[in-house]
Design a binder for this molecule. Structure first.
Ligand code: G3P
Ligand code: CA
Length: 359
């Protein structure tokens, strides 16, 4: 992936060390999806920065995890936008709040970002703008030049079916933006990801940059195995297959026809015990690890790299086997052969990679 020589320590697909992808920037430290969070991730040594993309009303790609901007901005404190509070059905689920596609870019730029998680620092709230995708590209380019190392971008198309249904499709704008910056083939420091399948198939015909099929989970079943859920385009199109079906030999071969890698929830690679089941985001500190699955091996056999998510430092996200040590989790996944990790704490992911090399 990084074009490095085979590294004897890491059993990755290419033999290169696993990449560290700053998940929404260094989002463990600063409000996610802000230029400040991306800058900190770059300073910490991240190989890639990850912008999730949604569209404004006037068709500009901006960087947010959800179309609903209620939880990650100060929009609720802008009286001029009070009347825009509404309910929308996105991917079959009703959601209430303020939505990016009801705002022009100029209006979005009057808002400021907020930390979504109550147990993370709130001291940087209301300081940073919501960035456009162009601003993230410019940052990556500028910092690559300044630091003499390539900082890649790893954009995710959020809710592609929904965006298409409201006349604000993401794909062409994304591909055109990349082309303007000279990124159109697999040598570009760019990977595009999606939880849906149809837009990745369409993107395969529009660009040569690397594509990743994300594999989602709804939570854990009583036996500790992931409850898979389905890509929304499967659901809308009457295809009954689940994400678990995409991880079979046939499913991986199919992914290989349009994508270069998979991006699974880490519980597909290493599960945890969960009597009664848990939500995907639930406290895992009382859970015990299960034996690793064969997903990494199977994906590599199909020629696909594996970038797993999401790695976080807080004890609530760490199974009891790790003894509250986040490095132990990374090191387990590195030894299993992951080709990359999405991390809220890129500095920790990088420290674990260095420790693994120096063992
Ligand atoms: O894109 C990889 C990972 O970020 C997927 O989860 O929900 O954080 O976008 P999410
Ligand atoms: Ca993402």
């Amino acid at each position: 992936m990084n074009g490095c020589a085979r590294d004897l320590v890491f059993p990755t697909l290419s033999g290169a060390p696993p990449i560290v992808i700053a998940h929404r920037g260094a989002s463990g430290y600063l409000p996610e999806h802000t230029l400040a969070a991306y800058e900190l991730a770059i300073e910490q040594g991240a190989d890639f920065i990850e912008p999730d993309l949604v569209s404004t009303k006037d068709g500009v790609l901006i960087v947010r995890h959800e179309l609903n901007i209620t939880g990650t901005t100060n929009v609720s404190e802008h009286p001029e936008f009070a009347a825009r509070r509404t309910t929308k059905v996105i991917d079959g689920t009703a959601d209430e709040g303020w939505f990016a596609d009801d705002f022009t870019l100029a209006e979005i730029k009057t808002l400021r970002a907020r930390q979504r998680l109550p147990f993370r620092s709130q001291q940087f709230n209301d300081r940073f703008e919501i960035p456009t995708f162009e601003e993230v590209i410019a940052l990556a380019k500028r910092e690559s030049e300044r630091r003499g190392r390539v900082i890649g971008i790893y954009p995710e198309t959020k809710h592609p079916s929904y965006h298409g249904s409201v006349g604000l499709p993401l794909e062409e704008k994304l591909v055109e933006a990349l082309k303007r910056h000279g990124w159109a083939d697999r040598t570009a420091p760019v990977v595009i990801q999606s939880f849906e399948t149809a837009n990745l198939r369409a993107l395969r015909k529009m660009t040569g940059v690397r594509l990743v099929q994300l594999i989602d989970g709804l939570g854990l079943g009583a036996d500790g195995s992931p409850l898979p859920g389905r890509p929304y385009d499967f659901e809308a199109g009457g295809d009954s297959r689940t994400y678990a079906d995409l991880l079979t030999e046939d499913g991986l071969a199919e992914i290989g026809s349009y994508a270069d890698g998979i991006g699974p929830w880490k519980r597909y690679l290493v599960g945890v015990t969960a009597s009664g089941g848990i939500d995907a985001g639930a406290d895992e500190s009382q859970r015990k690890l299960r034996a690793p699955s064969t997903v990494i091996r199977d994906a590599h056999k199909a020629g696909l790299f594996v970038h797993a998510w999401t790695f976080r430092n807080e004890p609530r996200y760490l199974a009891s086997d790790y003894g509250d040590d986040p490095l132990a989790e990374y090191r387990q996944f590195y030894r299993l052969g992951v080709d990359g990790v999405f991390s809220d704490f890129p500095d920790t992911a990088i420290a674990a990679r260095a420790a693994e090399r120096n063992q």
